[in-house]
Ligand binder design. Structure first.
Ligand SMILES: Cc1cc2nc3c(=O)[nH]c(=O)nc-3n(C[C@H](O)[C@H](O)[C@H](O)COP(=O)(O)OP(=O)(O)OC[C@H]3O[C@@H](n4cnc5c(N)ncnc54)[C@H](O)[C@@H]3O)c2cc1C
Length: 428
């Protein structure tokens, strides 16, 4: 068996857990702005980094503490659950990503002293690192750092901070990071003791930092001029599914607004121009390793609304109780309803079906892939997977050409648009 992740061909998620567990690994940014680990020459080949890597380690029930609880239900699409909910918290709704349920839970955890601190996405005024995984201890800080960060965040430094303090914490993270955290907690007593709750976010895929650079550039702005970005500020005239990206300069002046519908944010995000390669093979929609997970209630009837609604799946009885106390606008729903919310935006189809086809392609190329689905794809879907990756790699190479100065930004943008047109013509 290989002794470090540098020796294993795999699709890194950029979670940073390996570097948080081992001083012989450092993190760097690749050309798309994804975090990558570099194993130093001082590596002692203990194999710890391999054993916490979410893209190498297969899904194993023994790594998930709550799955032994016979009171929990199980669904193929969601994983284990106590109960499912949808709704919103009126006081948070306007300033949160969806219905503000996630922030409300974090506030309750601090208020009832269930935890001493919360780690989540925190805005950072560095154009090359707009978000970090930060430690928050007050309601005001939680409110200030609500909404979604469609931006890479690695948690190596957070892991060290959690280990070095004597306190109970909750951490908000994506499905791949939730899995990596569980694997790390298995090995590290201090982490196991201090991390009380893992709070997951439903994830349809993560773009690299290059996405915001590209969007700024389409508006003739250099990313270095920007000090702050937000991804889901709400507006009275804008429907909740037309998410908007906003960029501000150091004086707080709004420099860029770009939305999902008909603008470069949606163009780059939905066409997966800057998608993490690891996301193709991910089969986890609902952060199955997390104690609770939040997502958007993408029901058809919610689309005309300007304010969002959250969905939630609980897997921890204490958190379930807190969710039930969040007020009259939170309703218990059937598991099929939360699955429908993600099926409507193709996340279920991609992760719980097509990802098996992508996994097959990558395995054939010699990659170690942790996707656990049985491959039941018909010929049409197998061809679809090949075509998706063909376009993905073509667009990736265009960015590399632009980065190396071989093509201008205008040429890059024209070629992106041409390739997307072609993709649509063949109904991809
Ligand atoms: C990359 C990404 C992809 C997503 N894809 C989907 C999807 O396909 N379908 C779907 O339904 N939902 C998706 N979500 C989740 C969705 O955007 C909302 O986060 C979720 O609906 C919770 O909304 P809320 O109003 O309850 O959360 P809020 O009350 O706004 O609180 C959100 C909390 O999450 C923290 N946070 C935000 N982003 C990150 C991050 N990257 N890492 C760690 N902490 C973070 C914030 O700091 C805040 O504390 C995605 C989120 C991300 C970050």
């Amino acid at each position: 068996m290989e002794k470090n992740i540098g020796e294993i061909k795999h699709l890194c998620t950029g979670c940073g857990i390996c570097a948080g567990m081992c001083k012989h690994i450092e993190i760097y940014d690749d050309a798309f702005g994804f975090y990558r680990p570099k194993v130093k020459n001082s590596c002692v080949e203990c194999g710890k980094c391999v054993s916490v890597c979410p893209s190498i380690t297969p899904y194993r029930e023994e790594d998930i503490p709550f799955c032994k609880d016979s009171r929990l239900g199980y669904d193929f699409n969601t994983g284990y659950y106590i109960a499912c909910y949808d709704g919103y918290v009126e006081s948070n709704r306007r300033n949160c990503a969806s219905g503000g349920m996630c922030s409300e839970l974090l506030i309750s955890l601090l208020k009832y002293q269930q935890v001493d601190a919360v780690y989540c996405a925190v805005s950072n005024d560095d154009a090359h690192k707009f978000y970090v995984c930060g430690r928050l201890t007050t309601e005001e800080e939680i409110r200030r750092n609500a909404r979604s960060a469609y931006y890479p965040i690695e948690i190596s430094e957070a892991l060290k901070s959690i280990r070095n303090r004597d306190e109970k914490i909750a951490i908000v993270c994506l499905p791949c990071q939730a899995k990596a955290l569980r694997l790390a907690m298995k090995q590290d007593l201090k982490l196991r003791h201090n991390i009380k709750y893992i709070i997951g976010l439903v994830c349809g895929g993560l773009p690299g930092k290059a996405m915001v650079e590209y969007i700024a550039k389409t508006k003739k702005i250099e990313i270095d001029e920007i000090k702050k970005i937000t991804f889901r500020e709400k507006d009275d005239e804008i429907r909740c599914n037309n998410c908007q990206l906003k960029m501000y300069d150091e004086d707080g002046i709004l420099k860029v607004t770009s939305r999902y519908h008909g603008e470069s944010f949606g163009f780059a995000y939905f066409n997966k121009l800057f998608y993490s390669e690891s996301c193709w093979v991910c089969d986890d929609v609902f952060a199955e390793y997390a104690d609770v997970v939040f997502g958007d209630a993408w029901y058809k009837e919610n689309i005309p609304n300007t304010l969002g609604t959250s969905i939630c799946i609980t897997r921890n009885a204490e958190l379930d109780e807190l969710i039930c106390e969040m007020g009259e606008n939170i309703h218990r729903v059937d598991v099929a309803k939360v699955v429908e919310a993600q099926r409507n935006v193709s996340v279920v189809g991609k992760k719980k079906h097509l990802s098996a086809g992508f996994a097959r392609i990558y395995r054939k190329k010699g990659f170690s892939v942790s996707n656990r689905l049985e491959e039941k794809l018909g010929l049409k879907d197998k061809i679809k997977c090949q075509l998706y990756l063909l376009f993905f790699n073509y667009n990736k190479n265009l960015w590399m050409d632009y980065r190396m100065g071989n093509i201008s930004f205008n040429t890059l943008d024209q070629k992106y648009h041409r390739s997307v047109k072609m993709k649509k013509r063949i109904h991809l």
